[in-house]
Design a protein around this ligand. Sequence first.
Ligand SMILES: *[C@@H]1O[C@H](CO)[C@@H](O)[C@H](O)[C@H]1NC(C)=O
Ligand SMILES: *[C@@H]1O[C@H](CO)[C@@H](O)[C@H](O)[C@H]1NC(C)=O
Ligand SMILES: *[C@@H]1O[C@H](CO)[C@@H](O)[C@H](O)[C@H]1NC(C)=O
Length: 982
Amino acid sequence: MGRRDMMANPDPQSNTEKMSLRGGGGRGGVAARLVFILLMATFSVPAMAVSDPTETAALLAFKSAQIDPGGKLSAWNGNDPCGPPAWAGIYCEVDTTTKVSHVIEIRAMNYNLRGTLVPHLGNLTRLLRLNVINNGLTGQIPPALGKLGNLILFLVNNNELTGEIPPELGNLTSLIRFQIDVNRLSGSIPPQLGNLTRVNHLHMNNNSLSGAIPADLARLRNLNHLILDHNKVSGPLPEVLSTVPQLTIIQLDYNPINAGLPLSWTQIPSLIKLSLRNCSITGTAPELGAMSNLTFVDMSDNGLTGGLPSNISSKMITLAFSNNQLVGNVPPQYATLDAIQNLDLSNNKLNGSVPTFGTGASFNNDSQMVVIDLQNNLFTGWNVQTQEAVTRPNKKVWLTGNPSMCGSNGIIPAPTQLSVCQGSNSVLQQGVSYGSDAPKGTAVCPSSCEYPALLVEANNLTCWCATPITVQIRLKSPSFTYFDPGYLTYFQGLAARALSISTYQVRASNTTRTPGLFSQDITLLIFPPAKSASFNESAYDAVYLQFASWRVSAGEEWSFSIVGPYDFLDFFIATAGSSKKGLSTGAVVGIVVGAVALAAALAALFTFALLRRRSAYSRDPKQALPLLPPGVNIKGVKGFTFAELAKATDNFSSDHELGQGGYGKVYKGVLADGGLVAIKRAQEGSMQGATQFYTEIELLSRVHHRNLVQLLGFCNDRGEQMLVYEFMAGGTLRDHLTPTEIMDFGRRMHIALGTARGILYLHTEADPPIFHRDIKASNILLDERYNAKVADFGLSKLAPIPDLNGATPEHVSTIVKGTPGYLDPEYFLTQKLTDKTDVYSFGVVLLEIITGMFPIAYGKNIVREVNRAMEEGDIMSIADPQMGSNPSKQGLEPLLKLALACCQNESEARPSMVEIVRELEDIWRIIKPTLMSKVDSDTFSIDMEHLRGSHGQMQPSSSSFQDASYIMSDGKGDLRGSINPR
Ligand SMILES: *[C@@H]1O[C@H](CO)[C@@H](O)[C@H](O)[C@H]1NC(C)=O
Ligand SMILES: *[C@@H]1O[C@H](CO)[C@@H](O)[C@H](O)[C@H]1NC(C)=O
Ligand SMILES: *[C@@H]1O[C@H](CO)[C@@H](O)[C@H](O)[C@H]1NC(C)=O
């Protein structure tokens, strides 16, 4: 995508011809021109090369196996993937002898592809780099990929791949990086992977891999990082792995190892990180003194016994042994560590006195966060110096749960108690986010600069407008626990050195700690050299390759010992037209992180995706296809361009208007294929941030129920946001409750039951659960057969989600929203939104269905009116006269009772949706026999067929997208509703 942005960026500087001529310069101009022409002649030969037909077929097979909502592969047509112009994401090399172009790279990162890796890809025998990071790819890894003998980078991480790792992948003997992490792979790790003798990185975390780690991996003489956390790998751990000469990271957290740590693993001199949190490791705590380069050890949540390791590397930054059975003292050496940021020894049986903290360098760096967590042990004392150290900025010692110190007769003086005896891990839960601003100075930047680039030269500051490359990386295994702002400068220098550019060209624009993931996201802006506005294409590709081939950290000691490996998240050009605001999103992102770490990581991605999207639009209207932010999982929902929807609605003509809601106008649209849809067009002021918009779409795309209006598509284009829904020919329920329309009791029951099932699904089956907040008769739509579908639900109405400790708040506090007459009085008073708020509104709808009255009319409130009638025993008088052959009291009475129960003032007294559906089904069963004899209307008889479970005759509603797999049944078994897979 980045490449596409690049090409859409008409920049005079990027012209190769100009560059070459300028290089020639002055008098030598003619000669240079000659050379240039010759060069061009040589270069033009490749342009006539043809693409390899087998490879073309393989790419087309891959394309045809994809759902491609972003249209990323739309240019993959014809027989010349290598071009020019090459297909998006395809990079080639010409074989000079045969003049055939061969594909050497597939770069389809963040393309939002949903499909499979086809075996045909195995025919791309010249392929060096396969990058399909962060898509929604499903299915298995085809064994045929083992034919890619030249492959250097195998990057299929962050997808939904299933099945086992094919042993054939052991044939990829050129690989230096093998990333299958964050998928759903299962089975054991094939010993054949031991044949990948050049591989530096094995990243297999976050899958369901099982079995023991094969000893064959010890044959990986070039292995640096073995990352296998969050799997189902069991013991024993292979002793021989310790013989790998350059092993620096072993990360196995969250696996049921259930075995001891081999002694040999404590003797790996090159090791920097040993992470085995929550692995059921048994035996005594290991001695670690033989590993002098260790900076990170986490063996928390295991079954370790004995004492703490007596001697640890002086470089230690993070050391965690919490939640074990450790006894004895804390060795005094621990208190002298210079780099320590996080020493977590909580929840053991350690005793003695707390050693004297405060002398180490990190304790004397005011900006550096240091946390010593000694909670829930048996410590009996500490000295004055430690007590003083606690008062320094960003330093914490926690001692809660040590009875002799913090107990009722605790020895800690009152003023200090407050800070050390109220232990908390809140610091760890918070995300921290930093951004470094452009250097301050007196240079005058052109006022229109989106991205001012600054050059400091001998006290002279120059400023010009430039278009930087944005690179997002995630440090997935850093040794630091707390990001020191001082690291930013370091990072800038590191990137500059790796890219061989000047430090003024690199700016860390944002860093976000995601504590739940123990990873750190960093966004770097890479600026073109002095006075240039942007990169030319080859410079852009060079920067890309530096990052995407992980050359950036090579040879850099600091990066090795602290930074650890990174995942490559995104790479794009944030062009002019994207607002400066985008740069200052750090603060916003930081706040989100505090709430939900994962969401924050996504938020950062969204933010930058937004920049990219805008830029694409402002550059080239033909490219107006929505670019989905990475991480957004939108299945079965189509992205529309503004033009498509304008066409569908005759330019949003008033003839097409269906109605107007709080969100904006709703239009009836006719798509190019003739399908009917309802299009909600957000008005000024209702527009959401891109993050929220896409998050909402993702959420809605996962909600499938026959009683919920289905989202079919969306549009986020030309500054407009629209949602495309299935069209409901029957209009709203409210439209049918008129004095001119007869609707019999059975049909009303059918609508009530459908509505209740739809709401029940939102409360109990949607993930996350959704509170609707605005249930009303005009939000219940009917298809041509009077099937009810609830409309207008979305993200703004999310039910509370469990916090990081797994506790679910019972309600969400919100600004009260809703429609008068339907509004839950308790919610109105307390602003506490619960599922019962929807129950109240549903009760009002039920009353409308029974009485035909409006919720509030002529100063009368429907709930009060019906209550009064019930008290007077006069229920038949309030039944809607338009019910045709009147229903029996036998059916009406329980229905009214149910409706009034829903409308109780106290939310506690109202039934839940499960109970409501069950009750409606019971009532239905009772009245059904009496109704059957009276059925005369044809549509209704079809309905009845349905309810008996015969769906053979059912025609889907008018929309061409409509899923025909209606599953209907009656009885209690249907409480879950049906989720129609798409
Ligand atoms: C390419 O690979 C596929 C599947 O592995 C195979 O069926 C096909 O015949 C291969 N060859 C060509 C020329 O497409
Ligand atoms: C690859 O490894 C397996 C198991 O370790 C071994 O049996 C096999 O012979 C190896 N294959 C090659 C081609 O080296
Ligand atoms: C420890 O780290 C230093 C500095 O990075 C390095 O030079 C040395 O080789 C490392 N020691 C081992 C045994 O790998």
